[in-house]
Design a protein around this ligand. Structure first.
Ligand code: IMP
Ligand code: MG
Length: 178
């Protein structure tokens, strides 16, 4: 198998371009059916989801909007714990049908901290689409409404996902060789 080296580590092919694009077509098909006449607002979470979001959005054939945000986390006071702020959420989500686009859900920490803030703004509905999920890594459970692939708790890269900044431009998904 053709392995690649990124920084100091070796990665091997894991999920092919074809498998990814077939999966995206099927997710888009479901969303096109579920959100007809609902003008959904997709919120893609940067950086990791930018390629998945672009490919998915191209397959959305109904009226829909998309925006991109970055989540920044910092330690709040002892009682409030971790605080997550959304940078770039400049669209009012009140009464909107919101669909979050994530590249991968690992421990669930980021999303489980962020989702209550979105709920607070009273969207009409709030759903999650994720390309990858590592169920074994779950610490904070997050309900995923549209999922690409469930994978073991192994480090992956490519298709938007990085290892210390590199690998996002690889057009299929690789996994760490152990
Ligand atoms: P969580 O808060 O633990 O669910 O973290 C999710 C974020 O960690 C994702 O949005 C990715 O940016 C990053 N991440 C988790 N697993 C991987 C991986 O295997 N490869 C690259 N990035 C990952
Ligand atoms: Mg991410």
């Amino acid at each position: 198998m053709a392995t690649i080296k990124v920084h100091d580590k070796l990665f091997e092919p894991y999920i092919s371009k074809t498998a990814i694009s077939e999966k995206i077509k099927s997710i888009a098909h479901q969303i096109n059916n579920d959100y007809k006449n609902k003008n959904p607002l997709f919120i893609a979470i940067l950086n990791g989801s930018f390629i998945f979001a672009a490919d998915l959005f191209k397959q959305i054939s109904i009226e829909a909007e998309i925006c991109f945000i970055k989540l920044a986390s910092y330690k709040g006071t002892k009682s409030s714990g971790q605080v997550i702020t959304a940078i770039g959420l400049d669209i009012d989500i009140f009464r909107r049908n919101v669909v979050i686009i994530e590249d991968i859900i690992d421990t669930g920490k980021t999303l489980s901290a962020f989702l209550p803030q979105l709920h607070h703004q009273q969207p009409a509905s709030l759903k999650i689409v994720a390309l990858l999920h590592k169920p074994e890594a779950t610490i904070y459970p997050v309900e995923i409404d549209y999922l690409g692939f469930s994978i073991p708790d192994k480090f992956v890269l490519g298709y938007g996902l990085d290892y210390n900044g590199l690998g996002r431009n690889i057009d299929e998904i690789y996994k760490l060789v152990e």
